[in-house]
Design a protein around this ligand. Sequence first.
Ligand SMILES: *[C@@H]1O[C@H](CO)[C@@H](O)[C@H](O)[C@H]1NC(C)=O
Ligand SMILES: *[C@@H]1O[C@H](CO)[C@@H](O)[C@H](O)[C@H]1NC(C)=O
Length: 352
Amino acid sequence: MQWTSLAALALLAQHAAAQFNMLRFACSQLVVDRVDPLVNPGMTYTPHLHQIVGGDSFNVTMEPVEHDLAGQSTCTSCSFAQDLSNYWTAVMFFRSNNGSYHRVPQIGNGGPQGQLINDGGLAIYYIPSGQTTAFAPGFRMLIGDAANTDASKVDQANICHRCWTSPSESQFVGGAPCTGSDTAEIPADPSCYMIRQTIIFPACWDGVNLDSPDHQSHVAYGQGSGATGGGACPSSHPVKLPQLMYEIMWDVSQFRDQSMWPTDGSPPFVYSMDLGGSAAHGDYLFGWEGDTLQRAMDNGCNLNNDCPAAGLTAQQPAQYNACKIPQQAPEPVDGWIKQLPLGDGPANQELM
Ligand SMILES: *[C@@H]1O[C@H](CO)[C@@H](O)[C@H](O)[C@H]1NC(C)=O
Ligand SMILES: *[C@@H]1O[C@H](CO)[C@@H](O)[C@H](O)[C@H]1NC(C)=O
C-alpha cells in the first residue's frame, strides 16, 4: 500500500476516534435506600427502593441550586473525582417460588470499550454529538414512568433490556444499545446470565428551566434515536446537551435455575415497584464541579481516562468504592427477604 493511502487511513481512524469520544465510567452504589429527592422530596420510606450513586451530599431534600452538590459533597462513588452528581434507578429483585425475594447483584460493564469496575451501581455515559452545552447547576430530570405497566408506551429506543447470553460481561453481546432483540420488558429467559438495562436521556433542553413539574418537559429527544449523542433538536428545545446514558448489568447468573422460579406464572424478575421493565426509570441531578463537564465535552475527553485539558482525574476503584452513606430509611435490602420493601415504614424487620 502506498504511503499516501496509509496516511489517509490513519487520518480516517483518528477522525473516527475523535468523533466517537465520550465519557464512559463506573459508579458504585452510594446507598440503596427508599428516598427520592426529585419526586418525593423530604420523604423517607418513599413508595419504592432506589440505588443511588454519585456525590455523598445526596439527601432526602435537595433544593435546586441552593443544594450545591459539588460544594457539599466530600466524595463521589463515581470514577471522576469532579463528578458529584447523583444518579439513581429502581433496583431489580428475583422472586423465588417460595415467595421470598433477593436483590439482583450488579456488576461492572465490560465489552469493547474496556472493563469497568464497580461495587454495585452502574456505568454512566456522556455522549456529545457536535457542539453541546453542559447542564447548568441545579439542573435535574427523569425519564420513564415508575407506574407504567404497558410495554407499548415505552420509548424502546431509549429504555430497554438485553438478555446477555454470555457468562462474561466482557464478551460483547448484540449491537448498539436499544436495537435488535432488546426489549421493553425484563427478559424471563434462563439463557440470560446477565440482563443489561439501558436508559438513554433526552439531549435537547429548552434552555430556560432547570426542572419542570413532571421533571421531563424541559427536555426533549432530538432527531434519530439510540446512543448516538442525539440528532438535531426541535425549536421548542433548541439547546443541545450531552446525551446522558445509564447502563446497568444485572447479574442474574445465580437465578438461572428454573426450578427456583415462581410456578404461578408471575415473572422471576421485577423492579422494586413490583412492576416489570415497562416501569423502568432513571433520575439525574447534575453536580459536576464548575465547568469541568463542559470542558470534558469540548476537549474530547474519552472513556474513564484522566483528562488534564478539562481538569478530570479518574479515581481508582478502591477510592470511589469507599464513598458510601448510610440509609436514611433503614430496612434490610440484601439477602433473602420476605417481601419487597414497599409501603409506609420499614419492611422486613424480621430477617429470614
Ligand atoms: C441531610 O440534611 C439534613 C438536614 O439539612 C442534615 O442534618 C444531614 O446532615 C444531611 N445528611 C447528609 C448525608 O448530608
Ligand atoms: C426460598 O428459596 C430460596 C431459593 O431457592 C432459598 O434460598 C431460600 O432459603 C428460601 N426461603 C425460604 C424461607 O424457604
